[in-house]
Design a protein around this ligand. Structure first.
Ligand code: AP5
Length: 225
């Protein structure tokens, strides 16, 4: 039996609303991995007003993809943090062929490779509703949904007890449709890349959050054993 010592590198692929963030946070807790969301990293850069954030802001508001150059710089910085040695779940990265190639090279230079790329399979039609009903706790970032996931006590975050919530500027129907188009044009082709590498896994992500978490947990347990 061979025992791998390289940290797991798991990719969650899927259109906006597929549940990448929701599931990444659950996997993070269950497997002790670190969730790296390029969307979150970019939103932090926008909020901090860095040059990268200023360049990214308009693109994100229009539902397009931020340049590979900016995204790779932000991602590489975060991957250099010591906590990523526990293994990472990449949420929303890579999204273009250039990003996938850069990731393969980054990992190969460190003697590793992608452990698994898991494609969350969903119907586009349901995604607009999922995304436009979403909101998060302003204090701890816990995610909720008007219909599918509400706090146990209305108006109070289950996790931190906070009472302030926020919605993302790009979570309106028009921008979600632009994000879906960007996904199909630039990100969906990566499914073939990971299939050719022999690391592609797929999961039906139209069920309940809990059912999908169970299926994903089984995949992650198997590929990281
Ligand atoms: P990003 O933040 O990555 O957004 P996204 O990919 O559009 O994905 P979302 O966060 O909208 O959806 P999700 O799949 O995480 O779903 P969630 O779990 O929240 O990117 C934003 C922007 O940043 C991009 O448009 C781009 O401009 C830029 N960007 C980011 N990365 C980039 C990159 N690598 N390159 C270039 N540009 C980049 O779920 C959605 C809602 O549905 C939640 O309310 C949840 O509670 C609910 N839900 C989840 N699962 C279920 C379920 N099974 N049933 C019912 N409801 C569910």
């Amino acid at each position: 039996m061979s025992v791998s010592t390289a940290p797991a590198v798991l990719i969650l692929l899927g259109p906006p609303g597929a549940g990448k963030g929701t599931q990444a946070r659950m996997l993070e807790e269950k497997f002790g991995l670190v969730q790296l969301s390029t969307g979150d990293l970019l939103r932090a850069a926008v909020a901090a007003g860095t040059p990268a954030g200023l360049a990214a802001k308009t693109v994100m508001e229009a539902g397009g993809l931020v340049s590979d150059e900016i995204v790779l710089a932000i991602l590489k910085d975060r991957m250099a943090d010591p906590d990523t040695a526990r293994g990472v779940i990449l949420d929303g990265f890579p999204r273009t062929a250039g990003q996938a190639e850069a990731l393969d090279k980054l990992l190969a230079d460190a003697g590793g490779r992608v452990t698994a790329a898991i494609s969350l399979e969903v119907d586009d039609a349901a995604m607009v509703g999922r995304v436009s009903g979403r909101y998060t706790c302003a204090g701890c970032g816990e995610g909720y949904h008007d219909e599918f996931k509400q706090p146990a006590t209305a108006g109070t975050c289950d996790k931190c007890g906070g009472t302030a919530f926020k919605r993302r500027a790009d979570d309106n129907a028009e921008t979600v449709r632009a994000r879906l188009e960007a996904y199909h044009a630039q990100t969906a082709p990566l499914i073939a890349h990971y299939r050719a590498m022999g690391v592609l896994e797929t999961i039906d992500a139209m069920g309940t959050i809990e059912a999908i978490a169970e299926g994903l947990g089984a995949i992650v347990g198997r590929v990281s054993a």
